[in-house]
Ligand binder design. Sequence first.
Ligand code: UDP
Ligand code: MG
Length: 323
Amino acid sequence: MEANKLDRSRTINSKLVVVIPIYQEGSHIKQSIGRIEEILVKHQIRHEFVLVDDGSKDNSWQQLEELASVNSHITALRLSRNFGKESAICAGLEYADGDMVLVMDADLQHPPELIPQMVEAWLEGYDVVEGVKSSRGKENPIYRSLANLFYFIIRKTSDVDLDKASDYKLMDRKVIEAWRKMPERAVFFRGMSVWVGFNRKQISFDVADRTSGESKWSFIRLVRLAINAITSYTSLPLHLITLLGSIMFLGGLILGIQTLFMKFSGRATDGFTTVILLLLLIGSSIMISLGIIGIYLAKIYKEVKARPRYLVASCIKGGEKQC
Ligand code: UDP
Ligand code: MG
């Protein structure tokens, strides 16, 4: 889509808010922020930071307190516990009041050198400037194949193509406002920021190695994220159950007719193997189906409870403790 190049409200003086979710990044967070700010200052981009400590157990919060007490451009939030990256991003977006908002990781895997280019694209009139991974950096081949499977399912079942998408995104204020109107409790930033639409531009980048520390994504966490993402975007698995049921009904009908025919023609055999096989097949299909329904049910339950996505324990703004 052609960007609106005549948007005069976008000027060099517009404010960029950088939102960074932080979990156990105490060892290098100061250097990371320093590096990002250096680039912003060099390119004269008016900026603020919203740093969200997602309940880290290391010294991340002390580091953020120190940063926020000397740098009035920094708002630091501490969530009451570890709510997960998605909720941390959510908190950051709700506190960000810039003309544009950029979401990036704390470990410099999202290269800050790209920011001036992203701001440039925003000035041209694009509403969402997304960083797409041209390579995925070092990754375990098993993870890679599972990730491919996940993207395949998402692509086939919804209109959203998430392969190569990253959380590294610059968004216009109106996109953030659209985001704020989305009421769901279970957030999936990458998908939701695609769903909202608007004028989009992609800029590709190479995923750098982590500055230091370790990735927080355990296998179980990734599987949970994948299930959440898929069930948030499509109800196809539920319809597949109906399809499966119909196919089995058809099979049952044919087998039933055959059995009756055998019985009445006096040729009924033991048929024990068939019975066991059928029982196993039907039993497992029912269990899987119940499981799928259960996942959606649990999601509905969570949404109905409507608990807050995160809780803020403390926040520092303009060098002072505000809450
Ligand atoms: N993160 C977070 N809460 C969590 C896990 C991660 O806020 O529960 C943050 C983390 O500090 C980092 C970003 O999310 O800024 C990406 O995390 P990580 O680098 O561990 O993920 P990866 O790059 O391996 O996908
Ligand atoms: Mg990382």
